[in-house]
Design a protein around this ligand. Structure first.
Ligand code: ZN
Length: 282
């Protein structure tokens, strides 16, 4: 039944919530040129429940729909965003007992245009590190500290990735590396959610060596040109990012290099080229 989720419930924590079948909100991320993350927030109109606070676009789930569909439907109603530009990813469930709120993560390549409906005083792409400075909707405040995603930088051992697909790369190493750079670009702002790695890709460093050093890859992807060994350059890049407290995923299938990277910091995720190729085609 359409809108059969509309209604109030009391959860086991003693809150009063809107949504008989729970509620869902859409959490969209984008990445600024400097690598900082932004999220789309709704400043709720004064007349709404908890008016004047900031939260996610979203609302009550109907009995027949998935949380993903509910979050997207409600977000479209409240923001007029183009759902075709959003790729829905994983979810985070905040279960209060008898009622739950599901944060649905969505990817979009750039800040989408939005038009506030009557429930919104404003819609803004807010820097993720500034969200805590706002007066948050209590439900969103309850979820945000646990649902927020870290920024992740990919460090790509380009020779290893390019070499893993026999497409004639040996005839033009620089060209093959440039094509890899173009394929990597859409991964910026992608949400990762495998067991050990969760976060939003906020930067990509492509490490190139030998003849591939002539490759020209446009910013914001960073090209690291190895002066000698590509492995040494990957290690140096990972060390420098780790030193700055940056979480990262190093992409290489080279065993010895994986071992060296693993010694830098055990929070660094190391993934093989198959993982990256899956991400590019998935
Ligand atoms: Zn509750």
């Amino acid at each position: 039944m359409e809108r059969d989720g509309n209604g109030w419930v009391e959860c086991q924590l003693g809150h009063r919530h809107w949504g008989l079948h729970g509620a869902a909100g859409l959490l969209l991320h984008t990445v600024d040129p400097d690598g900082s993350l932004r999220v789309l927030l709704q400043h709720r109109a004064d007349w709404c429940h908890h008016g004047g606070t900031w939260g996610l676009p979203g609302g009550a789930r109907d009995s027949h729909e998935s949380v993903q569909d509910a979050a997207l439907r409600e977000a479209v109603e409240e923001t007029e965003l183009d759902a075709a530009q959003v790729r829905v990813r994983h979810t985070f469930v905040d279960d209060h007992g008898g009622w739950s709120y599901t944060t649905v993560y969505g990817d979009c390549v750039a800040q989408l245009d939005t038009v506030p409906n009557e429930e919104s005083a404003a819609l803004e792409w807010v820097r993720a590190d500034r969200v805590d400075e706002l007066t948050l909707h209590p439900g969103f405040g309850h979820t945000w500290s646990r649902a927020r995603l870290a920024s992740l930088v990919l460090v790509v051992d380009a020779a290893n990735v390019v070499g893993s697909v026999p497409d004639g790369w040996w005839k033009d190493r620089a060209g093959a590396t440039e094509r890899l750079g173009e394929r990597l670009r859409p991964l910026l702002s992608t949400t990762l959610d495998d067991d050990q790695t969760s976060g939003v890709i906020s930067g990509i460093h492509v490490v190139v060596e030998g003849a591939a050093r002539a490759a020209v890859i446009a910013p914001p992807i960073e090209t690291v040109r190895a002066e000698a060994s590509g492995d040494d350059a990957v290690v140096a890049t990972a060390q420098s990012l780790s030193h700055n407290g940056q979480q990262m995923v190093v992409v290489t299938s080279d065993r010895e290099l994986s071992r060296r990277v693993g010694q830098i910091d055990d929070t660094i995720a190391i993934r093989g080229t198959a993982w990256l190729l899956d991400l590019l085609t998935g």
